[in-house]
Design a protein around this ligand. Structure first.
Ligand code: F3S
Length: 755
């Protein structure tokens, strides 16, 4: 059994008391979102209500899931905590590093050869610290989580944006950065701004070509890519109950495309069926006992507008299939209008590739509905005009759909079955094209369709639709084909029409698998060695950062005074650098190379006082570091906005930056800097930013009495012998000051662990 029944029992055991306390603290009936969140407060039962969209709250998630790209640094960091085991059940999923080239078997073998050092590390570190390990080919993180770990009323974090997929099983599942995963695995609280709650009421019942995917494609059109920011989207209504559990997951998965914190559905009959179908009857038994807490209070349904921050209503009976894109998932087009829109915008109507599957849409139901369309191509003597690929979400789905002959139907139609991995969804796709400069169209049942996402080609117009629509369009080879109304001409010159797709929610013979690809951790891991090749350029064991020396910091040199926008991408660029995400020293060669130097308006060119010339930021930092001189980074407003990438805080720390002084911080980055043991400071008077000169030396005064709410003083020694000084603010609390003193949050945990 891969899931942790004891943990689930413990969550349910405390739920009634916690929900009752929360209802009292908030003073009104509760939405489902609130019930789950208040049941997962780090400090236990609620004693106060939190303000949605305002209060920062510490939570204790039940689980952590990580994919292989983000898990590397997270687990290297976790090792620093000195703990024998992860504090909550956690898993690693090898899905992102497999490139789609020719087909599942050969692609998987290539991935093993090319990523051996990463896989060996992840397998051994999982074995050592009690994490479940899903090996390459086992499946895509979100599908595997849905099949094995998600449970109604639970809360999890995952180091991938589409973690909300588990909302289809009633779980609050949130995508985060690696640093958050480290916190939870190390037993620390996980902080989140208490979200707003958007209600989506689904009425009616869908039929014909319309699929659950169309609900979220429609919602994306309504809310746009930013409309869900800071909110949890809660679906309810009789329409919600009519959707299969995996259909609900598709909707929750793509909630990431509207920026939502997560999305979820209430526990219902469809979830029961899916849990039973995936052999988790024990969870059904337990969930049934707390079912009243796994849905919003009745008063919420009676007057939803009074309880949700925003309310949307969609009638499934009249919902049309949608096609969204290109280049953004919120450009939503009902299929009846799509052909005209394609012509109007002059998008390439010839469809070159149709791709189905991925974490978003590879359930048994999706595959059966698509296969029912593919089977018609064969029966009705239609030759598929586009290339066609199928990406099963997990080995469980692949094995079962292969057993039931569904994958054969696709291959007979001309399709290629890819590995159970992300592949083309994340740009891991060696697409064969005769001319990459040609404007071209593809359509997928995936979630994201930003330029270059799938094949790295800016000329590719990627559209998103349900798998059955993708299959129909791939048969037609034409984006303007509407399977609801149009006919196609077959090999014999006869006009034929595709019938509506037919799906099977759960396999009648049950799911089956020979080797699901799961490796349980060692029971006694004392003799397990974590494998890191010392010659590797992709992985490097971390060394603990040095603790604070106990004195004020004096004689620090300015590394860079950054001007204007400085996001985590400017601080630690992505793209080719991601290869080194498990090797702190190597990836540090991208540190701040995108930031603009305020003195010369150039990127990656700063004054190096040791060599008296200009050099790159990383090279300059390394010169100072080698000489034992600490440095300071100065920044503008909202410094560190963007992704929560922990490298953006670790790299400066690794290369000797002691303080980052800015006009204002993006909150997550500020916290990440604190966790790495650095000083994250803001100008008390923003105009003092202008006092800083290129050749300045800094003293930071007041650290011996470093206390919450107490300002620190910065003295600037200019090269002409003059001085300036100014006050800086900080937001450190007592605990965070402890991190600074210990050298990092993980150092402090290790000290406490060693006792
Ligand atoms: Fe992978 Fe694409 Fe999902 S990258 S996790 S299949 S969104």
């Amino acid at each position: 059994m891969a899931f942790d029944l004891e943990m689930i029992k413990a969550v349910y055991a405390g739920m009634a008391e916690r929900v009752t306390a929360a209802r009292k603290a908030v003073g009104r009936p509760l939405t489902l979102t609130e019930k789950i969140l208040y049941s997962h407060l780090y400090d236990g039962t609620a004693t106060q209500g939190f303000e949605r969209g305002k209060s920062y709250v510490d939570f204790a998630p039940d689980r952590v899931a990580m994919q292989d790209a983000t898990a590397q640094m997270a687990l290297l960091q976790f090792m620093q905590a000195g703990k024998p085991n992860v504090a909550v059940p956690s898993t690693v999923h090898c899905d992102h590093l497999i490139q789609a080239r020719v087909g599942a078997d050969s692609d998987l073998q290539d991935a093993y050869n090319e990523n051996k050092e990463v896989y060996d590390f992840l397998a051994s570190v999982s074995n050592k610290y009690g994490l479940g390990f899903w090996k390459p080919g086992a499946g895509i993180i979100h599908q595997v989580v849905l099949e094995n770990y998600a449970f109604p009323g639970g809360m999890m974090i995952g180091t991938d944006s589409h973690t909300p997929n588990a909302g289809g099983l009633g779980m609050v599942a949130i995508g985060v950065g690696g640093a958050d995963a480290v916190d939870v695995m190390a037993g620390m609280p996980w902080e989140l701004k208490f979200p707003k709650v958007i209600g989506v009421k689904l009425t009616g019942k869908m039929s014909g070509w319309t699929a659950p995917k169309d609900v979220i494609l429609k919602v994306a059109g309504i809310l746009t890519v930013k409309g869900g920011t800071g909110a949890i989207v809660e679906y309810f209504g009789e329409g919600a109950e009519s959707l299969s559990c995996t259909g609900k997951s598709t909707i929750c998965n793509m909630g990431a495309e509207i920026g939502a914190t997560t999305s979820l559905f209430a526990y219902d009959e469809k979830m029961r069926a899916y849990l039973n179908g995936t052999k988790r009857e024990e969870i059904v038994e337990l969930a049934d006992q707390v079912a009243e807490h796994l849905r919003a209070d009745d008063e919420v349904f009676a007057d939803p507008a009074a309880y949700y921050d925003q309310l949307i209503e969609i009638d499934l009976s009249t919902l049309e299939p949608h096609i969204n894109g290109p280049f953004t998932p919120d450009a939503a087009w009902p299929i009846s209008q799509f052909a005209a829109v394609v012509k109007e915008h002059n998008w390439p109507a010839k469809l070159e590739v149709g791709l189905i599957g991925s974490c978003t849409n590879s359930s048994y139901e999706d595959i059966t509905r698509s296969a029912s369309v593919a089977a018609q191509a064969i029966e009705k003597k239609l030759v598929a005009q586009s290339e066609f690929t199928i990406t099963p979400g997990s080995e469980l789905v692949r094995y079962t759909t292969a057993r039931d002959g569904l994958l054969d139907t696709f291959t007979e139609m001309g399709g290629v079955v890819l590995a159970n991995a992300c592949g083309p969804c994340i740009g891991q796709w060696a697409r064969h094209t005769d001319d990459p400069t040609r404007k071209n169209s593809i359509i997928t049942s995936f979630n994201r369709n930003f330029a270059k996402r799938n094949d790295g080609n800016p000329n590719t117009h990627a559209f998103v639709a349900s798998p059955e629509i993708v299959t129909a369009l791939a048969i037609a080879g034409d984006l303007t084909f509407n399977p609801l109304t149009d006919t196609l001409t077959n090999e014999e010159g006869v006009a034929v029409k595709l019938d509506e797709p037919v799906g099977i929610e759960l396999p009648s013979q049950g799911f089956a698998v020979e080797d699901a690809g799961y490796i349980a951790p060692a029971v006694d891991s004392s003799s397990v060695e974590v494998i890191v090749d010392p010659k590797s350029d992709r992985l490097q064991l971390l060394e603990g950062f040095k603790p604070w020396e106990g004195t004020d910091l004096k004689g620090l040199k300015l590394l860079i005074k950054a001007q204007g926008k400085c996001t985590t991408d400017h601080i630690s660029m992505a793209g080719p650098w991601l290869k080194y995400r498990g090797h702190l020293d190597n990836i540090s060669n991208n540190m701040l190379i995108g930031a603009i130097n305020a003195f010369n308006s150039e990127s990656n060119s700063v004054y190096n006082d040791m060599t008296r010339g200009y050099d790159t930021v990383p090279a300059t930092a390394r010169t100072y570091k080698a000489a034992g001189i600490g440095t300071v980074v100065v920044g503008d407003e909202n410094y560190g906005e963007g992704s929560s990438r922990e490298h953006a805080a670790m790299e400066p720390r690794h290369l000797g930056v002691r303080a980052v002084i800015v006009k204002s911080f993006a909150r997550i980055h500020e916290t990440n800097l604190k966790k790495q043991g650095m000083l994250a400071l803001t100008f008390a008077n923003k105009a003092d930013y202008d006092l800083i000169e290129e050749t300045d030396t800094f003293d930071i005064i007041g650290l011996e009495n470093f206390a919450p709410g107490e300002q620190l003083k910065v003295v600037l020694h200019h090269s002409d012998g003059t001085q300036d000084s100014f006050l800086v603010n900080h937001t450190y609390n007592e605990g965070q000051i402890g991190w600074f003193k210990a050298g990092s949050a993980l150092n402090l945990i290790r000290q406490q662990e060693q006792g």
